[in-house]
Design a binder for this molecule. Sequence first.
Ligand SMILES: Nc1nc2c([nH]c(=O)n2[C@H]2C[C@H](O)[C@@H](COP(=O)(O)OP(=O)(O)OP(=O)(O)O)O2)c(=O)[nH]1
Length: 157
Amino acid sequence: MSSPPYNPQTTPVRRKAAVAVIVRQQRLLVIRRSQKVAAPGKLCFPGGGILPDETEHDAVVREIAEEMGVMCFPQQKIWHSQTSWGTEVAWWSADIAADAQLQINEEEVAEFFWLHPTQLHAHADLLPSNHEFLTAWKLAKFTIAGFSDPFVPLADG
Ligand SMILES: Nc1nc2c([nH]c(=O)n2[C@H]2C[C@H](O)[C@@H](COP(=O)(O)OP(=O)(O)OP(=O)(O)O)O2)c(=O)[nH]1
């Protein structure tokens, strides 16, 4: 039997997560999830579940430190969504130092890339809920500093 259609009004929220949208030279910091976590091998932004009594801001700082080995500076919440499995996701723009050396935690992250939004949108391994984020961005429901025209491919690829 197929499951009923996803309805954000009636689907219960099971947990909350916060993710970091980090930009460098018109590219986004994207991770490939390790084989040891849910949705193994999928591409998404660094981030994760918010602990009880933790703010979204602090969850972003903690998760990026845990996964990427760097201090990040969350700037602002740019989007909020709910996955089809009932997780509320807060999307935060965040900065890292220009010379920050990323050191992945291999338990959680298989590899990382810097991808332009057009490359991420076209990627076969993108976590499905992130397609919705990119679509909302494309529809100008929010903007992200550092991009002149996010859905026009860069001349240098
Ligand atoms: N990390 C991350 N999670 C995302 C993104 N988009 C999206 O819908 N999610 C969802 C998937 C999960 O339901 C939730 C966070 O999952 P996670 O698996 O990364 O976090 P976590 O390690 O703290 O999870 P857990 O061990 O507590 O189960 O947010 C994204 O871009 N990055």
